[in-house]
Ligand binder design. Sequence first.
Ligand code: PGA
Length: 249
Amino acid sequence: MRSKIVAGNWKMNKTLTETNTLLAELTGKLPDTDAEVMVAPTFVNLAAAVQDVKSSSIEVIAQNMHFAENGAYTGEISADMLLDIGVNTVIIGHSERRAYFGETDEILSKKIISALDKNLRVVFCFGEELEDRKSDNHFNVVSNQLKNGLFNLKPEAWTKIVLAYEPVWAIGTGETASPEQAQEMHSFIRKTIANEYTTKIAEAVSILYGGSVKPANAKEIFSKVDVDGGLIGGAALNADDFIAIIKAI
Ligand code: PGA
């Protein structure tokens, strides 16, 4: 059985004080669930966040990392730095990293390889833009992102991979892919992986949906057979909303 996961990507939000407050609320209200619950605060608050969730089942994860082991990369963060403070999972390839920080498939592939080398778990994000969907090119775009990011990996590496399908047109826009659109793409992703690797690997990988998941639509999206959870942006910044989404799974 593959893991159900609800992950909150806090992006560039929440000061240290706000981080402590939100995590106190989340740990206090966390429902009993089989799902893995993850939160990704900003780098500067990661170490404090790890301490905040120590006595709960919430996992603190990172929003990004650099591919180099260390060195002259001003402003960057390495895998070892994350591991050393107790962070064992990293988001790689978020569309905002691709769009605003020039992260290409080639850079992302290097990051994935470095993260896996260090035994970090990777939440790999990908998804088409609105024009791709309008021109009926979305399956093509997604299969290329999968191929460029992941298809050089050895089969064993897939136990450390979580996928997050995030159509760019649905991120932060209030617009959500319909549950049918999400299911259609998730099923395509699983088939693409099965063709490249094995059905066993494809069936074992968790595929999250991201893009304006809210308490009001979470249950319907999560009810789809190939949707194993969500990567949540805006709604993860409010404890009650995030808790409601966790309950929906
Ligand atoms: P959103 O962000 O939920 O605010 O649309 C999703 C994401 O970027 O992961």
